[in-house]
Design a protein around this ligand. Structure first.
Ligand code: SAH
Length: 527
């Protein structure tokens, strides 16, 4: 996501002049249809300044991270049949918080003024004399359709598009929607909130004169990696959609433009689209892992089985830091090791010069990359990213020298043993690996029911803890319908010891290597 301080200032221009000390301010912000990167820069800037965020059910949780850490987050509902707050309560709440002099972001799915009751909220603010602003968003009718490969207008197929609410059962009297008139309109019809009434909507359109063979589709969870599209005709779609158990939020699109999907589908054609992948890495390492898989289209579930925590006492690390300039080599065996040691260096008021002339070895490219933000560069990165590679390439260089191994409390001892034969070795525990107490809710069920495609495993400790955390039903699925993808031969061996078959193993011991192997596997199994 783009974050640009200058841009934020520009985007908020004029806001302060509307603020007075007594009364707060409300920004009605459109969050976009799902994909959190579809929010506008102005919306992001407003979130960055919010003291209170009142958000809806369909807002992506990642957008809430854009609010300052001390902002108050209030969930306002609404999913079908469930309302955290009623509309008049929301209206009153916005006024009340703003009267407190606070800056409020009212964050709504899609665009605030498209079927979102944003107008009612704004009218309420006007009546209460609260200054407000509207930050438009990408509405589902435009965003979700684009991601499904459907242009809502097209020179050759549709010169008009109609957005309609399917909230009301067709035939209700008095009716707010004239389905007969809509059926007669040429062009594309996009119905929001209609999935529960799909059969009667399609029927009303046919009754109104639309051909029953008109192309139609429903798109569920549009713009997210869990997007699903079911395509049919006005006659066949209700049956197809209920067979596929399509549920809200879903959009109905009717018209010839639906056929454009055949050539314009792009989102659903990405290499890992439709694959659900569990990432068991610690949360600290999960962020980048998630984005690389998500960019390829996978639905990613983060389920750390091991947590990375700082050491309980820093005295050992501080002693090692003080000795750094007198040592010949420091060896890092993970990016976590780099981060924990270097953060301590900086916390103590020092910087990269604390290393003096001490040389630095990193076990692999990611560990080496972790040095850069601290102004350091690795002197040695072995070609083979594992302890054996490091031992082989470094052994000659450390002969007769002093070496510090910066590592986790539970790490492999191979390096220690190898180096001790030729050098003076000390090691310092710079972080701890602690078993996670449980898996995220619902994950065990998804594994047990086989609705997960892959679980990635990146160390022996991680796979062993995963085994302990899973129910017997879920364990039985792993290695079978729920495939395992392993980072290295050692991790594979650990999984095999637990009786689990490993379907894919990275060719290079890096996360990128693991992702590549998943991609390749998908390609080779595609029909
Ligand atoms: N203000 C929102 C619409 C709110 S009404 C906007 O401008 O998009 C909620 C309806 O929008 C849902 O019932 C569904 O029909 C549609 N919708 C919202 N997000 C969607 C998504 N990600 N995928 C499919 N439909 C979605």
């Amino acid at each position: 996501m783009v974050r640009d301080g200058g841009g934020e200032m520009e985007a908020m221009d004029g806001l302060d002049s509307q603020l007075d000390a007594e009364t707060g301010f409300v920004d009605l912000v459109g969050a976009g249809p799902g994909d959190p990167d579809l929010i506008t820069r102005k919306g992001m800037a407003a979130l960055g300044l919010a003291q209170v965020v009142v958000y809806d059910h369909l807002v992506h949780p990642r957008l809430l991270d854009l609010a300052p850490p001390d902002a108050e987050l209030i969930f306002a509902g609404k999913s079908r049949g469930k309302c955290a707050l009623k509309q008049d309560q929301i209206n009153a709440l916005l006024v009340e918080i703003a009267r407190d002099g606070r800056r409020v972001v009212r964050l709504k799915g899609g665009d605030p003024y498209v079927f979102g009751r944003g107008a009612e909220e704004a009218e309420h603010l006007v009546n209460a004399g609260i200054p407000f602003r509207v930050v438009p968003g990408v509405t589902a009718g435009v965003g979700v359709t684009s991601y499904a490969g459907i242009p809502v207008t097209h020179r050759g197929f549709a010169s008009a598009v109609t957005f309609v609410t399917g909230h009301e059962e067709p035939g209700t009297q008095p009716s707010r929607v004239d389905w007969r008139a809509l059926a007669a309109l040429p062009g594309t019809l996009v119905a929001y909130m209609g999935v529960g009434r799909l059969a009667s909507i399609c029927e009303a359109l046919i009754q109104g004169g639309r051909e029953s063979s008109t192309e139609a589709c429903v798109i569920q969870n549009g713009t997210l990696n869990s997007q699903r599209t079911v395509v049919g005709t006005l006659a066949s779609l209700p049956g197809l959609s209920s067979d596929a158990a399509v549920a809200a939020p879903a959009l109905l699109v009717v018209g010839q433009v639906v056929s454009r999907r055949e050539s314009l589908s792009w989102f659903e054609n990405r290499p890992l689209f439709g694959q659900s992948v569990v990432v068991t890495r610690p949360a600290e390492e999960g962020g980048a892992s998630i984005s690389s898989l998500e960019a390829l289209g996978a639905e990613v579930l983060l389920a750390p089985t091991v947590q990375i925590l700082p050491v309980e006492s820093f005295s050992e690390i501080d002693g090692a830091i003080a000795r750094l300039p007198h040592l010949d080599w420091v060896v890092f065996t993970s990016a976590n090791g780099v981060n924990h040691l270097l953060k301590r260096v900086f916390a103590g008021g020092r910087d990269a010069r604390a290393f003096g002339r001490c040389r630095i070895a990193a076990i692999g490219p990611r560990t080496a990359d972790a040095l850069a933000p601290f102004g350091l560069r690795a002197d040695l990165v072995p070609k083979l990213s594992r302890s054996e590679g490091l031992a082989e390439e470094l052994l000659n260089q450390v002969r007769g020298k002093s070496v510090l191994l910066a590592r986790a409390d539970r790490g492999r001892v191979l390096l220690d043993e190898e180096f001790r034969k030729v050098a003076s070795v000390e090691h310092v525990t710079v972080y701890r690996n602690v078993d996670s107490p449980c898996l995220p809710p619902g994950l065990d069920d998804r594994i047990a029911s086989g609705t997960i495609d892959w679980i990635t495993i990146t160390s022996s400790a991680i796979v062993e803890r995963l085994f302990e955390l899973l129910s017997a039903r879920a364990r039985a699925r792993v290695g079978e319908t729920v495939k395992l993808a392993s980072l290295s031969p050692l991790t594979t061996a650990a999984a095999n010891r637990l009786g689990w078959k490993v379907e894919a193993e990275a060719e290079t011991t890096t996360w990128e290597g693991l992702v590549r192997v998943l991609e390749r596997h998908k390609r080779s199994t595609r029909v």
